[in-house]
Design a protein around this ligand. Structure first.
Ligand code: ACO
Ligand code: PYR
Length: 547
């Protein structure tokens, strides 16, 4: 990091009054594999869990909560398998509850399964809110305290590091402070190594959390931690607030997944602790893996990473407004709160109807095109960009089309081929089953012509195939291109089947991906426009000379 870059050096020293004496070493506790797996639409295989655990270890988290052994066969198997994998930094934690009211501690199936998982750390949750004690467990306050005390002591007697999660602590405290405090005293007196105050329902506001945390700290000497849910979108803020008040262990999950609205996003917590609060929770190398880990988690779930995720989302450092781009070209700090590279992300400049000449010049620079911002070409391209976006084009996901447009306007690109005509025939019978179409096409390449036909699965596929077939004799590079994604969007819903459509295509060769766009009232023409751009772009990037 550039030492003159003051974006991310707000350390304790900058806030001496608030921070002094309050911040000590903080440990990171990841519960992606347990609380995260309680998210709707998330389901990990054992292989996923092992892969994520290894990545979390590389990231340098102190604890990995691997699951609830006994809740399902997968978690039992996971703990068996992970024992054989050496982790360099992270300690594995098994999660469960305090014993059942009517069970003897030594015979309680949950506690027995926790020990059988053979993890060095065991985390158990117990009740802090009288509502749960009375109405859910249906036991007295004394019985609840006994369950907590005996469960913690039992696990300590078996040599485990014990993390005690005080479920619903903040709601319990608001309801009856003495009751809530007595429950964590029971855990503390029984030898718990950690008492974690949980905002289980995620409804606590930052100032309520500070007040309750501050009071609770006076009641017990066991190190405190925080486990915050995100139902008010305050989980990260509440976790950071707790650190300022002395919390030593922060629970969270990758990308904030978890029950209901999720948990504190541990990646954001790490970035904030390291880059804003000057705390050494991670090395710079590990921090630069944040984006990778965020993407990996959702890739394993076959889900796209939300673009607007702080720090790690594709849009986190993407600049669209012309005013912003104008400023960041002079100094990135003007509209960036940290250096994107520090979390493994990158700066992006977007092109749209909100662009000014600065967006254009920056893009031209990235494409290796020299452009004078005051030139008539720049003015013309900007005007064309805005006009096309008004017609329904969208270049944010189709930068390859924009680069071609820019090169054509600058006169630096000769056409590789021209489509002279094409026909499409659809077999009525098989089209009812979503079936075969035939495309014929005549193209011109330099002085030569090619006239050919292809059968496809529907008209767009037939068009794609015939275009490649016609071009391959001239440009064999075309056969390398893969169609990765094809999206059609109706632009004006009020004109029924005569509405304009936008087709966005993503193509790829190896790991290289590019997007192209076409707009028309005819979905076939829009598709052909995007397909043609995709091929032109690859030929350009392959260094092929037009024939
Ligand atoms: C705040 C949290 O996120 S806590 C973690 C929540 N995560 C999960 O629930 C995921 C895994 N859970 C499961 O697979 C199942 O719920 C199991 C295996 C744990 C239990 O299943 P079942 O025995 O069928 O019970 P069920 O789920 O219906 O009810 C929960 C039981 O836990 C008991 N319980 C709840 N909290 C506690 C506690 N802190 N200490 C002791 N028992 C508790 C309830 O009283 C109830 O017991 P009961 O059936 O004897 O009344
Ligand atoms: C323990 C836990 O997951 C919670 O209280 O939210």
């Amino acid at each position: 990091m550039d030492k003159n870059d003051t974006r991310q050096t707000k350390t304790g020293a900058d806030f001496p009054v608030v921070m002094e004496g309050l911040m000590g070493p903080v440990t990171l506790y990841d519960t992606t594999l347990r609380d995260g797996s309680q998210s709707e639409d998330i389901q990990f295989t054992i292989e996923d869990k092992i892969r994520i655990a290894i990545e979390l270890d590389l990231l340098g988290v102190d604890y990995i909560e691997g699951g609830w052994p006994g809740a399902n066969p997968k978690d039992i198997e996971f703990f068996r398998r992970i024992r054989e994998i050496p982790l360099s930094r992270s300690k594995m934690a098994a999660f469960g509850s305090t014993r059942k009211a009517h069970n003897k501690t030594s015979e309680d199936p949950v506690l027995k399964a926790l020990l059988a998982s053979e993890t060095p750390v065991v985390t158990i949750f117990g009740k802090s809110w009288s509502l749960h004690v009375k109405e859910v467990l249906n036991v007295s306050a004394a019985k609840n305290a006994e369950m907590i005390r005996e469960s913690v002591a039992f696990l300590k007697d078996h040599g485990r590091e014990v993390v005690y999660d005080a479920e619903h602590f903040f709601d319990g405290y608001k309801d009856n402070p003495d009751f809530a405090i007595d429950t964590i005293k029971a855990a503390s007196e029984a030898g718990a190594d950690w008492v974690i105050l949980c905002d289980t329902n995620g409804g606590t506001l930052p100032w309520e959390l500070s007040e309750i945390f501050g009071e609770t700290k006076k009641a017990i000497s066991t190190p405190l931690g925080i486990h915050a849910h995100n139902d008010c979108e305050l989980a990260v803020a509440n976790s950071l607030g707790a650190v300022r008040l002395g919390a030593r262990q922060i629970h969270g999950t990758i990308n904030g997944i978890g029950e209901r609205c999720g948990n504190a996003n541990l990646l954001s917590v790490m970035a904030n602790l390291s880059l804003k609060m000057g705390m050494e929770v991670s090395t710079p190398e590990a921090l630069s893996r944040l984006k990778h880990l965020a993407s990996l988690l959702f890739e394993l779930q076959n889900r796209p990473l939300p673009k607007n995720l702080p720090f790690v989302g594709e849009s986190a450092f993407a600049h669209k407004g012309g005013v912003h781009v104008h400023a960041i070209r002079k100094n990135s700090r003007a509209y960036e709160h940290i250096d994107p590279a520090s979390v493994g992300n990158r700066q992006r400049i977007l092109l749209s109807e909100h662009s000014g000449k600065s967006n254009l010049i920056e893009k031209a620079r990235q494409y290796g095109i020299s452009m004078d911002g005051e030139s008539p070409e720049a003015e013309k391209i900007l005007h064309r960009l805005k006009e096309l976006e008004h017609q329904g084009f969208q270049f944010e996901g189709a930068e390859a089309s924009f680069e071609l447009l820019m090169r054509a306007a600058m006169g630096t690109m000769q056409p590789f081929f021209t489509i002279e005509f094409f026909h499409i025939l659809m077999d009525q019978q098989s089209s009812r089953q979503g079936g075969l179409s035939e495309a014929t096409m005549r193209i011109r390449v330099g002085e030569s012509h090619e006239h050919t036909a292809a059968l496809g699965n529907g008209p767009v596929n037939a068009l794609d195939l015939v275009l490649r077939k016609a071009l391959t004799p001239f440009y064999p590079e075309v056969s390398e291109i893969r169609l990765v994604d094809y999206k059609v969007r109706v632009l004006t819903g009020d004109r029924g089947t005569s509405s304009g459509v936008r087709v966005l295509i993503q193509s790829g060769v190896g790991s290289q991906l590019w997007g192209t766009v076409g707009v028309s009232e005819n979905v076939i023409s829009a598709s052909l426009m995007a397909l043609k751009d995709s091929i032109d772009y690859w030929l350009l990037k392959s260094g092929v000379k037009p024939k």
